[in-house]
Write a protein that binds this ligand. Structure first.
Ligand code: 6R9
Length: 659
């Protein structure tokens, strides 16, 4: 059934009683009602009306939840709304035209502020341009842009005309872009000429040209000029300059298309257990309600705040908590294009200080880097504007938690450790900062209305302190409705393992291992499938193996994760070469190039270990589990089931991991 690798290796589960949230925070928190959990249970599923009430509906919904076709649940049915209207227009109507919507901090120190009025103008003009290019309701528009304001503008322009967007992380390769566009039959693309990478101009457009060559259908392409004269580009057939289009449609207004609550808002491709990425489908009403509610209740965001989620919009965290959640609440969202250490290691703290950021949300991998660099960097800046800190993407180890709490939050700011996934759409497990005590390293209980369970192989809840599989029993508004590639895959990826369709009993399986304590707090231990989480980014080992094996000279490859202090997990590739050719630098480079060109730089292995053979069972299966133990310097169990046990010692001595 489910693969149990990884977690048995024993990340230790922190114990102890919760630490009370700082009093000054609680006094002003958005949610302070301790009875909220009970209230949600009693009212369920109607409790979710509180989330829907945060939105403006063109037509109110008739039913909160329709569950007659599980696992394809439908939320707020009969309701109609537009996401761009909710994120922009209604704030203008509320007299907040001059309030900053987006504060953008560019890589080279550039700064731009978009008020809600500016955002309205940009989104309307671009929506008019997209329509003119032929984009109709329900046409998938692919967005392949780095962290520049045109990315949220394009997302909201799509939302305005009812065209689902599919954002592809700008660092992914031409192949990855083409695969995703092909899978989604996407005939429209918004991209840019290039962007700065470590201070140098990087050509994004040439990746796009390659992707377009690989596609069988034509693609109308809009190109944002990010680099100006640094990188002159010539527009070819079906290519349009973003700024020219904006000028052409200057002053145009586009009526927001009223969408059914269950109409698709966007598609997001993510790594699954096989090589093929999965197109996760999110809808308009339930998703927006869930992200708005959690932005308010968990991240404690208020309209007057300056809020900063330091993620990339190319992943789900940026969709939900840079764009849709904070803008639905009418807050100021900070968008940062660069990296935390360029030009210096205090870059983030300088931005917090200058913008008086109230709420800061980042990934543990970043916190571990800050910790390594030392407290002198945050100490150089006034961080007293901060009120709440968040963590997302991976488990945060207690030491990093403590450092974050002390050196960034000055012991005044609660930390919310939020567990959720591309498929869940919004936060599922976390403490409510105005209500619950915190336990460093432990995410927290399921949110009100979210029925999180940790179960054993038979689907029965495990005893407190035991490890098991993280599942969710009742549906929730932000959940993925299906996979774009088909309902069958949706069922087999998430619902088959623990559901009993005959008994009409449906349970969502997250793919994560976890434990739960006496207080109902969940500690997330990591993936149990073939997905690895590198610096908070989800990658499929199968997909990487496919790329490695494609490289010239490679016979066979196995890819595993190795726990690392800073990155959380690093990619280790074990490779045997063709005809026993000498594993020289050329092969190594070929592997790195192959991975970079099929997936992207983020998937290039940290370590490539050459071995004459991979360890295999008698039936010929590669024993990845054993390689994972080798990579992690773990004691190896019984290797007698191997066809070639002698190879293990050889791999161990080759592997840089044995330290
Ligand atoms: C939001 C996001 C999802 C996977 C998930 C889990 C890991 C996310 C976590 C966490 C421990 C947390 N994860 N948040 N693990 N504690 N607070 O990251 O979505 O990219 O789909 O990744 O990330 O393993 O299954 P996504």
């Amino acid at each position: 059934m489910v693969d149990r690798n990884g977690w048995e290796r024993g990340r230790s589960v922190p114990t102890g009683s919760p630490r009370e949230p700082p009093e000054a925070f609680v006094e002003q928190a958005n949610v302070t009602d301790e009875g909220i959990y009970e209230a949600f249970d009693e009212e369920w599923p109607n409790c979710w009306e509180r989330a829907a009430d945060l939105l403006s509906w063109d037509r109110s919904y008739g039913t909160v939840l329709e569950d007659d076709e599980p696992p394809h649940y439908r939320w707020f049915t009969g309701g109609r709304l537009n996401a761009a209207y909710n994120c922009i227009d209604r704030h203008l109507e509320a007299g907040r035209k001059t309030h900053a919507a987006i504060r953008w901090e560019g890589k080279q120190g550039e700064r731009e502020t978009y008020t809600y009025r500016d955002l309205y103008v940009a989104v309307n003009e671009f929506a008019a341009a997209l329509r003119d290019l032929g984009v109709g309701e329900d046409d998938v528009v692919t967005l392949y842009l780095p962290m520049i304001p045109e990315l949220p503008i394009a997302m909201l322009a799509c939302a305005r005309i009812g065209a689902p967007h599919s954002v592809v992380f700008a660092g992914l390769s031409a192949d990855a872009l083409a695969t995703r566009m092909d899978a989604a039959d996407s005939e429209y693309l918004v991209t840019c000429d290039g962007y700065y990478r470590r201070g140098d101009a990087f050509n994004q457009k040439s990746k796009v040209d390659n992707a377009r060559l690989a596609l069988e259908h034509d693609v109308e392409t809009v190109v944002v000029d990010r680099l100006g004269d640094e990188l002159p580009h010539v527009l070819g057939d079906d290519e349009w300059d973003y700024h020219d289009l904006r000028e052409e449609f200057a002053g145009e207004e586009v009526e927001p298309v009223s969408r059914d609550a269950e109409d698709m808002l966007f598609l997001m491709y993510t790594s699954g257990t096989t090589g093929e990425p999965k197109g996760v489908v999110h809808t308009t009403g339930g998703y927006l309600a869930h992200v708005a509610w959690t932005s308010n209740a968990v991240l404690d965001v208020e309209a007057e705040d300056t809020y900063w989620c330091a993620a990339d919009i190319g992943w789900i965290t940026g969709h939900s908590y840079i764009v849709y959640g904070p803008l639905a609440l009418g807050t100021t969202t900070v968008m940062y294009e660069g990296t935390p250490d360029y030009p210096d290691r205090d870059r983030l703290w300088e931005i917090v200080d200058r913008n008086a950021v109230d709420v800061f949300y980042t990934a543990p991998t970043a916190v571990r880097a800050f910790m390594k660099w030392g407290e002198e960097y945050p100490e150089r800046h006034d961080l007293s504007s901060l009120r709440l800190l968040g963590s997302v993407g991976e488990p945060i180890n207690p030491r990093a938690w403590e450092w974050y709490y002390e050196h960034i939050g000055d012991e005044r700011c609660p930390i919310v450790d939020t567990w959720w996934q591309t498929e869940t759409g919004a936060i599922m497990v976390s403490t409510l900062p105005g209500v619950d005590g915190m336990k460093p390293g432990v995410a927290g209980p399921g949110l009100p209305g979210i029925d999180v369970q940790v179960v054993d192989d038979d689907g029965d809840p495990v005893a407190p302190g035991q490890t098991g599989y993280l599942t969710v029993d009742r549906p929730w508004p932000g959940m993925a409705r299906t996979l774009y590639d088909g309902d069958d895959r949706f069922r087999s990826e998430y619902w088959e393992q623990f559901s009993d369709p005959d008994g009409d009993d449906w349970t969502y399986f997250s793919g994560d291992a976890a434990s739960i304590d006496e207080d109902g707090y969940v500690t997330v231990l990591g993936r149990v499938d073939d997905v690895i989480n590198v610096s908070g980014r989800r990658l499929s080992t199968m997909e990487i193996e496919g790329a490695v094996t494609d490289a010239d000279g490679v016979a066979e490859a196995a890819v595993v994760g190795r726990s690392s202090e800073t990155a959380g997990t690093e990619i280790y590739a074990y490779v045997s070469t063709e005809n026993d050719c000498d594993p020289d630098e050329d092969v190594r480079r070929a592997i790195e190039d192959a991975v970079e060109s099929t997936i992207g730089e983020i998937a290039v292995p940290a370590e490539i270990v050459f071995t004459p053979e991979l360890p295999k069972t008698r039936s010929g299966k590669i024993l990845r589990r054993l390689l994972e133990d080798v990579a992690n310097g773990e004691e190896l169990g019984d290797t007698s089931a191997l066809r070639n046990p002698e190879i293990v010692g050889e791999i161990q001595s080759e592997s840089g991991a044995v330290d």
